[in-house]
Structures are given as structure tokens and as C-alpha cells.
Design a protein around this ligand. Structure first.
Ligand code: NI
Length: 395
């Protein structure tokens, strides 16, 4: 381990003046939320901040930024990532810095993640000469599902080329304030959507003998799909297949030509994902032929499983234990069934993603994506410490 960039006391003292600055930056970003790949104002703000600190940030994934602390020292030993986009939803709070854009709001706390990484940028720039290796800061656009996948674009554009490890954090109001949650291996679910189009031969409801009824066939397919998980994978498989839409028919005496089904798939292991996808296709195909109808299946994978590297996870646990104590570092309730596009970065190089708890004592704080949610500024010091601790630990 290198010499400490900041002693614990020095960092505490430095954070006293830095945290108000970061809080102000966070509120400004909150007030001007931008959707995925539209984060031009946010990008300009971060760019100006970085340039004032001597960085030469490069654009990545249209509205993202990549900045190296010591580019003269070659490819970075580690990278730290913050997501910067907001959600397409209304803000119902009366905060002084509430969103000025109707239908856009920072309801996942990416404004906070951004401010935290801006703080880390500032601290690292102050110790630039003492750094024994390069560190890369990734300000990533478009994490949120609907138009997400900014991480995938950044990886494709080479933002992680030569980088040894990458880390990211997420605030979580459902966990106690100040707790750090992480686990090696599966951390977040893979998500996918599927659509099935069942095509039969329609006709008069009184003359089924002249039809190939897609309603009965689709009902059979829905029943058969229940075996994908229950008969297809082991008890530890942990997959979910839910048919959530069933559309067909227009009248009580007409057998339709077509029925459309769709639903969601959640898995935690790439091997299981493959089995589930294969079994869905087989079951649909087989059931359709039983009923003498045609069925087309389309599966659209969203984000892959987020798998934390063992060594990187150990580093997060070590750093967190030193900061918040062993009682506040846990893997409780993990993996989580949500999706996260940091998974693409974790596929590219060893990575660890962790949660920082921001909940109140009763754990009744509005959760991420709730209209009343607001990032807890009180967690900024811990989040900055975690990233700075990881830099110290990994260099
Ligand atoms: Ni989020």
C-alpha cells in the first residue's frame, strides 16, 4: 500500500469545506435533471469542474466524460464510475432545488453519485504529485433502463482499455444509514423481456372445428411456461419468468387469428439465463405444435447479471470495515433483483459494485424511483471516503 494520500484526520478536516461545495453541486444537478444521452448541461458542469482542477476530460458515450488524474503514468490502475442521468418521472417534493423540468427528476440519486465523484476528483487533484499510478474517473450517462446502457457504450468506446479494476457505488434508502452492502459474485439480476405471438386460424365462435384457436393455444403456452423454472433449473437457480400481458380477441363470438403474450425474465447466473431462454423457446415451439398453431418468440435481453469480482469485493469490504466498522458491512438481502448497466463494465474487467445505506432509523425513507425520493446529502462524506479508501487500497 502506498503512503496515505490523506490521513483519516486530514480527510475529515478537508471534507468539512468540501462537502458543502459538493452538496451545492448536487442540488444544482438535481434542479436540472437530464435523461439518458441528453445530459449536456450536466456534462458541461462536470467538464468545467474537472478542467478547473487541471484535468483534460474526454467525451465518451456522447454525454459522458472520462478523466485521468495522472495520464503521464500510463493506463490507470483503477477506475471509479458515477452515473449522471435522471428518470422520466415527476417530482412531487417542494425542495428549494426541485426539478425545473416537468417529467424529469433525479429520483435514483445519480445527482448524488455525480457530486461524490466530483469530490473525489477534487481531492485526487490536490494530491496529484503524490499519486504513484493513474486513476480514471468515469462520468457515465444513461444508466436508467428505458434508454439505458451508457456503460455498454463506454466499454465499446474503450473507456476501460488497460484499466485493471473498476468500482461503483449506489445509495440505498432501504438499508440503514451508513451501512455498506456488498457481496462477491452475483450482485444484481440480469433482466430480459419476452414476447410471444401465437397465430392460428380465426372464425366463428360456434364453429371451432374450422379454426386453430390461438386463445386456447396461448393459454396452454402460459401453463407450459410455468415449468421453465420449476422443472428446468435446480432449487438454487433463482429465476423468475412472469407472463404479464395476454392480448387477443375483439368479440364474444369471434375466435381471433392472433394472441400476443409478453413478460419479464429475471436471472442471477449467465448459465441459468441461457437455460431459461432456451427452455422458453422450446416450450413455446412445442406447445404451439401441439395446438396446431404458429408461435414466434422474441427475447430481448436487457442488462446482464452484475457479477462482483472476489478480490475487488474484498477491497470494498476492507475499506468499508476501516471506515464504518465490521458491524456495518454486510451482504444481507443480496443479490438484488434490480438491473444495473455497470454489469457491462464488470464483464469487461474485474469490478465491484456496492450499496451505501441512506435509510432513516425506521427504514421508511422514500426508496429510489419514488416521487418523494431525494438523495441523502448526509452520506456524501462516507461515499467520498469509500472511493478515496479504494484508491489508497488499490494503488
Ligand atoms: Ni440508480
Amino acid at each position: 500500500m502506498s503512503t496515505l494520500l490523506f490521513s483519516p484526520d486530514a480527510l475529515t478536516e478537508r471534507l468539512e469545506t468540501l462537502v458543502p461545495e459538493l452538496t451545492e453541486a448536487r442540488h444544482d444537478i438535481h434542479k436540472h435533471p437530464e435523461l439518458g444521452f441528453e445530459e449536456t448541461r450536466t456534462q458541461a458542469k462536470i467538464k468545467a469542474w474537472l478542467e478547473s482542477l487541471g484535468y483534460e476530460p474526454c467525451v465518451s458515450a456522447q454525454t459522458g466524460l472520462v478523466a485521468d488524474v495522472r495520464p503521464d503514468l500510463g493506463t490507470p490502475t483503477l477506475a471509479l464510475r458515477a452515473d449522471i442521468d435522471c428518470l422520466p418521472m415527476h417530482e412531487h417534493t417542494d425542495l428549494p432545488y426541485r426539478s425545473v423540468h416537468d417529467g424529469k427528476a433525479h429520483k435514483c440519486g445519480h445527482d448524488g453519485h455525480t457530486a461524490v465523484l466530483m469530490g473525489v476528483a477534487k481531492l485526487l487533484s490536490e494530491k496529484r504529485d503524490a499519486l504513484p499510478a493513474n486513476v480514471r474517473l468515469l462520468f457515465q450517462p444513461a444508466e436508467e433502463g428505458v434508454r439505458g446502457g451508457g456503460a455498454k457504450v463506454m466499454v465499446a468506446e474503450g473507456a476501460l482499455e488497460g484499466v485493471k479494476e473498476v468500482y461503483a457505488l449506489h445509495n440505498w434508502p432501504g438499508y440503514p444509514h451508513g451501512e455498506v452492502r456488498v457481496r462477491a459474485g452475483t450482485m444484481m439480476a440480469a433482466t430480459a423481456e419476452f414476447e410471444v405471438t401465437v397465430t392460428g386460424v380465426g372464425g366463428h365462435g360456434s364453429q371451432p372445428q374450422h379454426c386453430r384457436d390461438p386463445i386456447v393455444a396461448a393459454a396452454g403456452i402460459v401453463s407450459a411456461l410455468q415449468t421453465v423454472v420449476s422443472r428446468g433449473i435446480s432449487s438454487e437457480g433463482g429465476a423468475v419468468v412472469s407472463v404479464c400481458q395476454f392480448h387477443g380477441g375483439t368479440a364474444n363470438n369471434v375466435i381471433p387469428d392472433e394472441v400476443r403474450l409478453s413478460g419479464t425474465i429475471r436471472t442471477f447466473d449467465p448459465a441459468v439465463t441461457e437455460v431459461v431462454f432456451d427452455r422458453i423457446r422450446e416450450v413455446v415451439r412445442g406447445s404451439a405444435s401441439t395446438f396446431g398453431v404458429q408461435a414466434q418468440v422474441e427475447i430481448h435481453p436487457d442488462y446482464p447479471v452484475l457479477v462482483n469480482d472476489a478480490e475487488c469485493t474484498a477491497a470494498v469490504e476492507r475499506v468499508a470495515t476501516a471506515i464504518v466498522g465490521p458491524d456495518n458491512v454486510t451482504s444481507d438481502e443480496l443479490p438484488m433483483a434490480g438491473g444495473e448497466d455497470f454489469a457491462y463494465m464488470a464483464q469487461a474487467i474485474p469490478a465491484a459494485y456496492f450499496f451505501v445505506g441512506t435509510g432513516n432509523d425506521e427504514l421508511t425513507s422514500p426508496v429510489c424511483h419514488h416521487p418523494d425520493f431525494d438523495f441523502a446529502d448526509s452520506i456524501i462524506p462516507l461515499a467520498v471516503r469509500m472511493f478515496m479508501g479504494l484508491v489508497e487500497d488499490r494503488l
